[in-house]
Ligand binder design. Structure first.
Ligand code: GLA
Length: 667
């Protein structure tokens, strides 16, 4: 966090929407928040229609009462600008501010976030209500943070209307300056796509055949930037009124959301916060939490806030599963283990009406006589016991390269295989490291890598020259680099790097591929080490590297599948196929052992291990996701913080439970 949150210890709370309830209920809210140990709530997120009943007329009386009530009860407010849900009157006055989808269909209001990100009328109205709010509450003693908008891009990341088209052209003019440069970058000599006038350029609306890949990629960059510019505009209005109050907006570093390039966003936030929800179909969702937490911590460059997750089921999946016994606690503390200095839920009180009436909350429909409420109260006590962890950060010897440009480009149409998913590839490499208890940071391709022993690039289809030089230079200077197939293939404009694959990494990896042989969805090739490869194979020729494993069958029998190359004073590994999980785990184990990477602590399979390092102590988080008790060696001078008991030499973490151990700093 680049700015400190003025709430003690680990903040605890959730979205609080008292405007949805009669005021008599509020007193009970305050009493129960005290019982649960709530210290901060996010308010006003979707209240625009109540604050501004008609254009330019305001009624802040209810919000005044809410903020005063919170302050009187010692609860801090993360005060939201309500701009994620413009009122009906706004759309009646400005129907052209409604977004248009790819097929040219204009959407209607009656939900939330149905506005065009490039609409001048929306921007003006959003900044007006933000200014009113900022000036009114700049000095309110309850307000500790601005919550700008809500989950930018969740429902309206792409709008294809004419206003967006004009904004896209402006963005392109800034990027390319001349049409000639754009035509070359987009390769528009292909299929007669050459543009002679800026006005000829449209958003990549629905077409009969495949769109131009660079057009589509620039569109995704533009869409992320268009929303970022809205965030910055609101933040600047808030800053002007209250320069000392930090601003955040809740990211969605989550399983499927990929619309925003958060590397560009994160430096613009005073405090990075994230929302994370589980997928009911994910049988190892604890790994998704860890991955997302490590990525958010890396974006933040330190501690961050979990702004939303759920106590139980959500309401937006085909089947919404409740959490299992102890899972609420494990999930929340797993986020803390990965650097969260605040834990919050959507939402405080389960809604009776409206689109989210079947979403879980801290206070369920059943009231306090419920398992969720008991778990919520217990978690409040846990977080109080962890107050001293605040501000401590993780340290890692391994970095995984994560890049939204590479993600977008990989998933464009007309790839050699439509089976490749960036997140799945990254997760498949992350998972064995998680299982082994290895700490991981995520980095952008041009990051300073000097503090890492091992840098892994599971999927880096697109890489610019600077990023490629940074990664190969890391190996040259003695680091260990691991690269996954179909990486280094195209440059920042999505142009193929010629002369053999994998383009940008060919020399460092000491290999040369002349043809790609992607595999069918259920096709497997046998590997010489006894494993199998899926998804991908390619005709690799060694140019300095050694073959570690080769294909045993199929059209490439005898061709290297996994290679290792001495590059400069370091080592560069290439995985030209996607090994089965056990083979990949064994391989990554070998790679990291050779690179000298330590685990955080040896622990039985299924016991998650993570460490936060404070100025005076280490905090070892042990999260037992199994149904067996686990015994973990700890320092003889350790204390288990959740129980407050000394843990001399070993700690037992019962099945499904969590321990957090304070240990003296180790080198
Ligand atoms: C998102 C939103 C919340 C709520 C939850 C439900 O995270 O920010 O307002 O809709 O989803 O899971």
């Amino acid at each position: 966090m680049s700015r400190a949150l003025n709430v003690p210890g680990i903040a605890y709370g959730g979205d609080y929407n008292p405007e949805q309830w009669p005021e008599e209920v509020w007193a009970e809210d305050m009493r129960l928040m005290a019982e649960a140990g709530v210290t901060m709530v996010s308010v006003n997120i979707f209240s625009w229609a109540l604050l501004e009943p008609s254009e330019g007329t305001y009624d802040f009386s209810r919000l005044d009462r809410i903020l005063d009530l919170l302050h009187a009860h010692g609860i801090a407010a993360d005060l939201a600008t309500p701009t994620a849900a413009p009122p009906a009157w706004f759309f009646v006055a400005h129907p052209d501010a409604l977004p248009v989808d790819k097929d040219g269909r204009r959407l209607s209001y009656g939900s939330r976030q149905t506005f065009c990100p490039s609409s001048p009328a929306y921007r003006e109205a959003a900044l007006r209500i933000t200014g009113e709010l900022a000036r009114r509450y700049a000095d309110h003693p309850a307000v500790v943070m601005w919550h700008v908008h809500n989950e930018y891009g969740c429902h309206n990341a792409e709008c294809y209307c004419d206003t967006s088209a004009a904004a896209f052209r402006d963005w392109l003019q800034d990027r390319y300056a001349s049409l000639d440069a754009l035509n070359h970058a987009w390769g528009t000599t292909f299929w007669s796509q050459w543009y002679y006038d800026w006005d000829q350029i449209l958003p990549p609306r629905a077409t009969g055949a495949v769109p131009n890949p660079t057009h589509r990629l620039d569109w995704r960059r533009f869409c992320s930037d268009a929303l970022l510019s809205l965030y910055e505009a609101e933040r600047d209005v808030l800053r002007e009124a209250a320069p000392d109050t930090p601003a955040t907006t809740n990211f969605m570093v989550n399983f499927s959301f990929d619309a925003l390039d958060y590397w560009r966003w994160a430096p613009e936030l005073d405090i990075v916060s994230n929302d994370h929800y589980l997928q009911s179909t994910d049988t190892a969702s604890e790994i998704d939490i860890a991955l997302s937490g490590d990525l958010v911590r890396s974006l933040a460059g330190g501690p961050w806030l979990l702004m939303e997750h759920s106590t139980g089921a959500v309401n937006w999946q085909p089947v919404n599963r409740a959490k299992t016994a102890g899972q609420l606690r494990r999930n929340a503390l797993s986020h803390v283990a990965r650097g969260a200095d605040g834990i919050a839920y959507f939402q405080w009180r389960a809604a009776k009406a409206g689109a989210e009436q079947w979403h879980s909350a801290m206070l369920p429909h059943a009231g306090t006589d419920s398992q969720i409420w008991r778990d919520v109260v217990r978690l409040g006590a846990d977080l109080r016991a962890l107050a001293e962890v605040r501000g401590a950060v993780g340290t890692a010897e391994v970095a995984i390269v994560w890049d939204w440009n590479a993600r977008w480009a990989l998933e464009l149409p007309s790839q050699p295989s439509a089976e490749l998913r960036f997140l799945d590839l990254v997760r498949s490499w992350y998972e064995p490291l998680w299982r082994a208890g290895v700490a991981v940071d995520f980095v952008r391709p041009d990051a300073d890598l000097s503090s890492y022993r091992l840098v892994l690039a599971p999927s880096l289809y697109l890489i610019d020259d600077e990023g490629a030089a940074n990664l190969t230079g890391f190996a040259e200077r003695g680091g260990t680099l691991g690269v996954g197939f179909h990486s280094g293939m195209v440059d920042a404009n999505c142009h193929v790097r010629l002369g053999g694959y994998p383009g940008a990494f060919r020399e460092a990896l000491g290999v040369h591929t002349d043809e790609l042989f992607p595999l069918l969805p259920d096709e497997r090739v046998r590997l010489s080490d006894g494993g199998t490869g899926t998804l991908w194979s390619e005709r690799v020729r060694l140019e300095g590297a050694q073959a570690v494993t080769s294909y045993q069958d199929g059209p490439l029998a005898g061709v290297p599948a996994i290679t290792r190359n001495a590059h400069g004073s370091g080592t560069a590994w290439y995985l030209a196929t996607h090994p089965d999980p056990a083979t990949l785990a064994a391989l990554l184990d070998r790679i990291r052992t050779e690179a000298g990477v330590q685990t955080v602590r040896e622990a039985p399979e299924g016991v998650e291990v993570a460490r936060r390092r404070g100025p005076d102590a280490d905090y070892l988080f042990l999260i037992n996701h199994t149904d067996r008790d686990a015994h973990i060696p700890v320092s003889p001078e350790a204390t288990e913080l959740l129980s407050g008991k000394p843990a001399t030499g070993s700690v037992t973490v019962p099945a499904g439970e969590v321990a957090v151990v304070r240990e003296p700093l180790r080198g």
